[in-house]
Design a protein around this ligand. Structure first.
Ligand SMILES: [Zn+2]
Length: 410
């Protein structure tokens, strides 16, 4: 399976792709990139179009400056997790009515805590609010809180008997870890909505203690594509069912690209690549039709002294250690060369040095690149990983330039 929709299902929506192609043809920076292409009337013609990278969409939007047919046009900043921030556009409602047609994790009886950070041009809080609006539930618009505030807010949420909470998995982990630490339980919590990062399996451990009835309900998307697909507790956490107005294509090298079939879409999303790799598969929940399995970002391989370091594999190894809540790779560069690799560990780790020796011997890139200075590979237990304050996301790896001190990709 290369496409999430059949030829027949996609045909009507391809008019949106042809309109977006016309718009992209007017962007001077693209030159003759689209000069030879055929306006897509079939899926094969669509797959023949050049894909859009993140920077391309930003270039196009700077030229097109789209505005909503009705209501306000919202500007959001996307990216910032693994690259420079970009600006994307969306109308009020954030396309959630189409999502709600197919996915209703909340209902009128829910008391929903919206814990995605609000403001700072980050879209997740607002699209979740849009979904809650359609659901008719009660909403507690909490946003992000500081470290000291968790126990107090958790007490409030327990008193209110909240039934649902939503946030990025990194933020949700903080909520449930603080609840565990403070001995606060949320027995009425049944639904955990998430978006923005991969699900973190360690969340299940916290939930089993803090909110044993809670089940996960995930969304997949980006600020460019908005919500592409969703899943239920019966689906694997890395597998999502794409919506009919979102066409998912598995391209070269397993890279996913997304094409909007929604006429109201403001961003010209035409074979747009988020950087995620994946495949189309059959979901174990039994729902028919192709489901999208996300296999992680292709940019999780980072160059260290000329060798590719598979960050996700390294972190998976570290996070299997008993007591480790989460880990992160921080690469310190000096003059464009990796000077040091730190594996930051959140949680309790009995013997960091033993783990360090094991990582060095078992990771070809580290043992080879640091053969003359192995002391530059370190494992450190820390109180907090390096996070992005704006989005609440914690990237798997952070590259710091020592001169100057900042320049983090978080
Ligand atoms: Zn499923």
């Amino acid at each position: 399976m290369r496409f999430s929709l059949t030829e027949e299902q996609a045909t009507g929506g391809l008019a949106v792709a042809r309109r977006n192609l016309e718009l992209l043809c007017t962007v001077p920076e693209f030159g003759d990139r689209y000069a030879e292409v055929t306006p897509p009337g079939t899926l094969a013609e669509l797959a023949a179009l050049p894909p859009l990278a993140k920077d391309d969409l930003n270039t196009a939007l700077a030229h097109l400056e789209p505005t909503a047919e009705q209501g306000a046009t919202w500007l959001f900043q996307s990216g910032g997790s693994t690259g420079a921030p970009k600006v994307g556009y969306a109308p009020t409602g954030f396309y959630m009515a189409k999502v709600f047609e197919h996915w209703q994790p909340l209902d009128r009886d829910d008391i929903f805590v919206n814990a995605w950070g609000a403001g700072r041009m980050w879209g997740a809080h607002f699209l979740a609010a849009g979904l809650a609006d359609l659901s008719g539930c009660r909403v507690i618009a909490l946003g992000s809180v500081t470290r000291e505030e968790y126990p107090q807010w958790l007490g409030f949420l327990a008193d209110r008997k909240v039934t649902a909470i939503g946030g990025t998995p990194s933020v949700l982990r903080l909520w449930f870890a603080h609840a565990r630490a403070a001995g606060i339980e949320l027995p009425s919590l049944r639904k955990v909505l998430w978006l923005g990062e991969a699900w973190q399996p360690q969340l299940e451990e916290d939930l089993a203690l803090v909110a044993p009835k809670a089940r996960r309900h995930g969304m997949f998307g980006s600020t460019e594509t908005w919500v592409v697909g969703s899943n239920t507790p019966d689906c694997p956490a890395d597998t999502f069912h794409p919506f009919p107005h979102q066409l998912v294509h598995v391209g070269d090298g397993g890279l996913l690209d997304f094409t909007s079939l929604d006429p109201a879409m403001l961003n010209p999303v035409l074979r747009y690549r988020t950087g995620d790799a994946g495949e189309l598969t059959t979901c174990r929940c039994g729902r028919p039709g192709p489901a999208m399995r996300v296999l992680g970002r292709r940019d999780s391989v980072v160059q260290v002294r000329g060798l590719g370091l598979h960050v996700d594999e390294l972190l998976a190894r570290v996070e299997r250690e008993p007591g480790v809540l989460r880990a992160q790779v921080v690469i310190t560069e000096q003059g464009g060369r990796a000077k040091q690799v730190d594996v930051l560990v959140l949680g309790a780790l009995s013997d960091p040095d033993a783990l360090r020796r094991e990582l060095l011997s078992a990771t070809f890139t580290l043992s080879t690149a640091f053969v003359h200075d192995p002391e530059q590979v370190r494992v450190r237990v820390v109180d907090a990983l390096v996070g992005n304050d704006r989005t609440g996301k914690t990237a798997a790896f952070v590259v710091r330039d020592e001169t100057p001190m900042v320049g983090e990709e978080s």
